[in-house]
Design a protein around this ligand. Structure first.
Ligand SMILES: Cc1cc2nc3c(=O)[nH]c(=O)nc-3n(C[C@H](O)[C@H](O)[C@H](O)COP(=O)(O)O)c2cc1C
Length: 244
């Protein structure tokens, strides 16, 4: 469709508003649990138990003023306990903020690509929140080849990437198109909770959304509908500045 005049623009805006009113009307219908056929496919793979979450090393007040997106990472590994704390923060944020959605079957899932995590081999894992463990779902390349997994190659230099996916099919079934917005809000809250937990461990990183859909489709069964990639968080030790 070619949009040439202001009249065209007003017409399209009007149609969008009708859509959003229908959406709001749809959202007022009784909310039902997500049917089984809209659930993400089960996965399988060996389990790696995670240690208890590492306790924070700084208060939120101490780290918040210095919060900045970091895309340049140091080579030191992070620990499995630090990864555990980052997952726990994301999981707790979603569990405490959207219990009704989760009870109805609309879950966020947390995956991680790990390259430098002490005690966790390089690979792609899904976090199992009930038992503080990781299920290995795929292998991952290292070195130069890891850069093929991401749009911005610097993120392949992180120690780990937390990837948040959600059940878009289930959320749309419950809420109409508002379901997509709701999932994005949930992923944003969980991703930022992970980021703040990392900062309190004196780690660095950034949230980002530039994920390559085919990588997660092939390796994590993320078909974009039953399991839709939403947001990611890259974490590592910050690169130490070298004197000029
Ligand atoms: C929804 C969302 C998506 C983002 N996607 C990317 C991305 O694909 N690549 C990237 O480098 N940063 C991404 N970012 C991070 C922002 O670029 C970053 O927050 C911005 O550079 C502001 O920097 P600051 O957070 O240090 O203030 C994203 C942030 C949000 C909230």
């Amino acid at each position: 469709m070619t949009v040439t005049t202001d009249q065209d623009r007003y017409r399209i805006l009007g149609e969008l508003m009708i859509d959003s009113r229908l959406d709001a009307a749809g959202a007022r219908r009784p909310l039902t649990p997500v049917p089984t056929h809209l659930m993400p496919a089960p996965d399988q793979g060996p389990i790696t138990e995670l240690p208890s979450p590492a306790p924070p090393r700084a208060t939120l007040d101490e780290v918040l003023p210095g919060r900045v997106a970091v895309r340049d990472y140091g080579p030191e590994p992070i620990t499995a306990a630090e990864l555990s704390a980052i997952f726990a923060a994301a999981e707790t944020m979603d569990a405490e903020s959207w219990p009704g959605e989760r009870d109805a079957g609309v879950r966020l899932e947390f995956f991680c690509a790990t390259w430098r995590v002490t005690g966790v081999g390089t690979g792609l894992y899904r976090y199992l929140p009930g038992r503080d463990a990781l299920r290995r779902v795929a292998s991952l390349p290292t070195g130069q080849e890891a850069a093929d997994l991401v749009i911005q190659t610097e993120f392949a230099q992180a120690a780990a990437l937390l990837v948040i996916t959600g059940n878009l099919a289930g959320s749309l079934d419950r809420h109409g198109s508002h379901g997509h917005r709701l999932l994005l809000s949930r992923a944003g809250a969980a991703g930022h909770a992970a980021w703040l937990a990392a900062l309190r461990l004196r780690l660095a990183g950034t949230v980002f959304a530039g994920l390559l859909p085919h990588v997660l489709r092939e390796r994590a069964g993320a078909d974009g509908y039953h399991r839709a990639p939403l947001l990611a968080f890259a974490v590592a030790h910050p690169a130490t500045a070298t004197a000029a």
